[in-house]
Design a protein around this ligand. Structure first.
Ligand code: NAP
Length: 316
């Protein structure tokens, strides 16, 4: 039997957890080995992990007992929730709480919880600077995760909160890519309010998490914010244009216009960007580029991400 320490990886078939599984596979001599947790071990993505030699087990964040089984015998766990599958803040917090409690019951020594700010700590529900959404939130997909930080601290195993950043991959998968105008020019439109945006290649988050596990028990109780770069809209447009081989201009869309775009989650995302602009210094300071590079020396810059992904950026 392997003497390696097992890391149970939630979201192993997705971007963040998948990055951790790949980082572990790329380090066969290291102290850790992945155990991929998925709701469906028979899915194509889960089978692809198994084909790589990764242990794949069943576990569902909506089913706490299944998490206890999935975490049993592991050293640690990477915990991530997927708000965008259900758009339900209380459910996301319940899922995170279930992971936290299962981690403690399983006796895990170290958990890395992928989180975001609870914006209500800076903009309480009665504060009109941001609209209140779904009765309880300002930025639901941030707040629901941030709310779970205290649950990990109080009821979980020793936990490091990993504060993530905007995925540059949103320009590919989240409908945020550049659009072609009638005159053929490309425009990248985001509501940034003149602020710089900390961002990261989604695939790099997992290797940062591995860096946290390597730091060991000393990292528990800490909060690490990560980003691969902090760029203005104009800088992202210019570098994206260089990668695409055609000019991209930036349009700083008003927050209310973005919130009103009508796609599911537009209000949530519009307020996310407005929060980042309102608290720009703190938001940027919370994500430490030097720490990120220390955790993951292979971290991509925006330029490197854009070069690698130019062919995949859809132009609408
Ligand atoms: N887009 C951004 O810019 C950005 C930035 C920072 C943070 N985030 C956050 O990242 C999260 C999504 O992470 P991702 O991008 O890595 O996800 P993803 O690529 O969309 O994949 C979702 C993963 O979650 C797993 N999952 C979903 N529901 C589950 C459940 N009930 N039990 C167990 N596993 C479950 C899925 O596993 P199976 O289907 O195999 O079970 C899958 O591996 C979101 O909450 C989002 O708010 C996004």
């Amino acid at each position: 039997m392997s003497s390696k320490k097992i890391l149970a990886v939630m979201g192993a078939t997705g971007a963040q957890g998948g990055g951790l599984v790949r980082a572990l596979a790329a380090d066969p001599g290291g102290e850790f080995v992945a155990r991929a947790v998925t709701r469906n071990p028979a899915s194509d993505k889960a089978r692809a992990l198994a084909a790589l030699g990764v242990e794949v087990v069943a576990g569902d964040a909506d089913d706490p007992a299944s998490l206890e089984r999935a975490f049993a015998g592991a050293h640690g766990a990477f915990c991530v929730t997927n708000f965008w599958e259900h758009f339900d803040g209380p459910r996301e917090t319940r899922q995170a709480a279930a992971m936290a409690r299962a981690g403690r019951k399983a006796g895990l020594e170290h958990v890395v919880w992928s989180t975001l700010e609870d914006t209500r700590l800076r903009v309480p529900l009665g504060d009109g600077r941001l609209p209140t959404l779904k009765e309880h939130y300002k930025v639901p997909h941030f707040d629901a995760k941030g709310e779970a930080d205290a649950i990990f601290a109080a009821e979980g195993a020793p936990t490091t909160c990993l504060l993530t950043a905007f995925y540059w991959d949103n320009f590919i998968h989240f409908g945020m890519g550049p659009r072609k105008g009638e005159d053929g020019t490309l425009t990248l439109a985001l509501p940034l309010g003149g602020a710089k945006l900390p961002g990261i290649a989604a695939a790099d988050i997992g290797a940062c998490a591995l860096g946290v596990f390597r730091r060991g028990a000393g990292a528990a109780g800490k909060r690490y914010g990560i980003a691969g770069g902090v760029l203005s809209g104009e800088e992202m447009a210019a570098k994206m244009g260089a990668a695409l081989g055609q000019a991209v201009r930036f349009f700083d869309m008003p927050f209310d216009v973005y919130r009103g775009l009508g796609f599911p989650g537009a209000d949530d995302l519009g307020s996310m960007f407005e929060y980042q602009a309102l608290f720009q210094d703190e938001f940027v300071r919370s994500r430490d580029l030097a720490l990120t590079r220390d955790l993951n020396p292979g971290i991509r810059t925006f330029e490197a991400w854009a070069r690698e992904n130019a062919a995949g950026i859809p132009i609408a």
